[in-house]
Design a protein around this ligand. Structure first.
Ligand code: ASP
Ligand code: MG
Length: 408
């Protein structure tokens, strides 16, 4: 029998009527003869509200207690959904993350799944039941409740689909899928019918926002993930392995335009050009848990060089603190920051070996009067760091310039 995992986000189960609507949808899939495991997020803004509630009694809520508190949000939605299904005559059972066998490490608030023991779910499915699982939560070896990080129910769903060898994981949300650009910035952005995992990871800002770990998991275990709207009956986007592979070289090379705001650039000036300097600079940043993205070192002049790198804007004070400490150690002159930058990227799996994409991107930005501060490339993207105030315009110009509004 076909087995599918469905996942419904918080806005899809925000109130009683919406939960009943979801129950009807699941019932229809069951009626068509499939087994269904459903993963739910907490109702509406429940998780935010619970975090606020914790802060009313504690300035810095204890991580272990906070995770138990947050896990209750998903317990509410999964039990209500099971009740609604039973009311419609379906045999349904809800399971907490613990009962569903989601085993995690002990990093409260950001736990990683190290394994799924699917015995209980399999037993319930074998009894002919619909299974509803509380998303976003798991259990440590010591049987403490953990949560997977904000938006983590997607990862629960894909992990279950992988463990159960489900035919696919269907993620239902309040948008219709993944687009060639963020539709709030580019109204003519096109919905993509399919996209590869790697491209999806890059296009996370374009339409349905998914927990990045769910996409990584999907890629590793080859779980096809279908993202569509709970509310609109329209085709969604299938995230799967390489649409690039079967269409080979005929495929349009740029799939979409991604962007990221709130980026800051930190430049260390007058750095002596000798071995060990970069290591001395970046080691303390790594130790402080600050993730550094783009790094550029200029060619040295008179044995001096500049090193620039980008961090999230919110990490600037901490990063500066670390850099100030090593300045005298490495003998650098000064550090300067530019806190209001953003990145804009063209993304596509086939770009790598085709010359001309980078130059075309730079020309489009130049014609729009947009100055490029830094450039980085990877196998499937070319990114430019630009002024934040120009990022929306850059996304629009690139979308137009690469003709993404047209059907391929
Ligand atoms: N309820 C959790 C959150 O809001 C998990 C999720 O929605 O996936 O982050
Ligand atoms: Mg949520």
């Amino acid at each position: 029998m076909k087995l599918v995992v469905h996942k419904y986000g918080g806005s899809s189960v925000a109130d009683a009527q919406k939960i009943i609507n979801v129950a009807r949808r699941i019932g229809r899939v069951r009626d068509s003869g499939a087994q269904v495991v459903t993963v739910v997020s907490a109702m509406g803004d429940t998780t935010d509200d619970l975090i606020k509630l914790a802060h009313t009694v504690s300035q810095e809520p204890d991580p272990r207690e906070l995770d138990v508190l947050l896990s209750t949000g998903e317990l509410v939605s999964c039990t209500l959904l099971a009740m609604a299904l039973r009311d419609m005559g379906y045999d349904a059972v809800s399971l907490s993350g613990f009962q569903a066998g989601i085993h995690t490490d002990t990093t409260y608030g950001k736990a990683r799944i190290y394994g799924v023991d699917a015995q209980r779910i399999t037993k319930e499915l074998d009894r002919g039941r619909l299974v509803v699982v509380a998303g976003f939560q798991g259990i440590t070896e010591a049987q403490d409740v953990t949560t997977l990080g904000r938006g983590g129910s997607d990862t629960t769903a894909v992990a279950l689909a992988a463990a159960l060898h489900a035919d696919r994981c269907e993620v239902y949300t309040d948008v219709e899928g993944i687009y060639t650009a963020d539709p709030r910035i580019v109204p003519e952005a096109r919905k993509l019918l399919e996209i590869g995992y790697q491209e999806m990871l890059e296009l996370a800002s374009s339409g349905a926002k998914m927990h990045p770990r769910s996409i990584e998991l999907g890629a590793v275990y080859k779980v096809p993930i279908y993202v569509a709207s709970t509310f609109v009956d329209a085709p969604g986007t299938l995230i799967h392995q390489g649409p690039d592979e079967h269409q080979m070289e005929n495929r349009i090379k740029v799939t979409g335009i991604a962007y990221q705001a709130k980026i800051a650039k930190i430049t260390v000036r007058g750095v002596p050009d000798r071995p060990g300097v970069a290591a001395s600079l970046f080691e303390p940043l790594a130790q402080a848990g600050i993730s550094v993205d783009t790094i550029v070192q200029n060619t040295g002049m008179e044995r001096m060089t500049d090193i620039s790198f980008t961090v999230n804007r919110s990490d600037v004070p901490r990063a500066l603190q670390e850099v100030q400490k090593v300045l005298p150690v490495i003998g650098a002159a000064e550090v300067v920051t530019d806190p209001s930058l953003a990145s804009v990227s063209i993304v596509g799996a086939g770009m790598q070996n085709t010359p001309g994409y980078a130059s075309r991107m730079f020309r489009i930005l130049a014609d729009g009067g947009i100055n490029i501060e830094l450039i980085t490339t990877s196998e499937i993207r070319i990114s430019c760091i630009i002024k934040e105030e120009q990022v929306r315009q850059a996304v629009r110009l690139l979308h137009q310039g690469f003709h993404l509004d047209r059907e391929p």
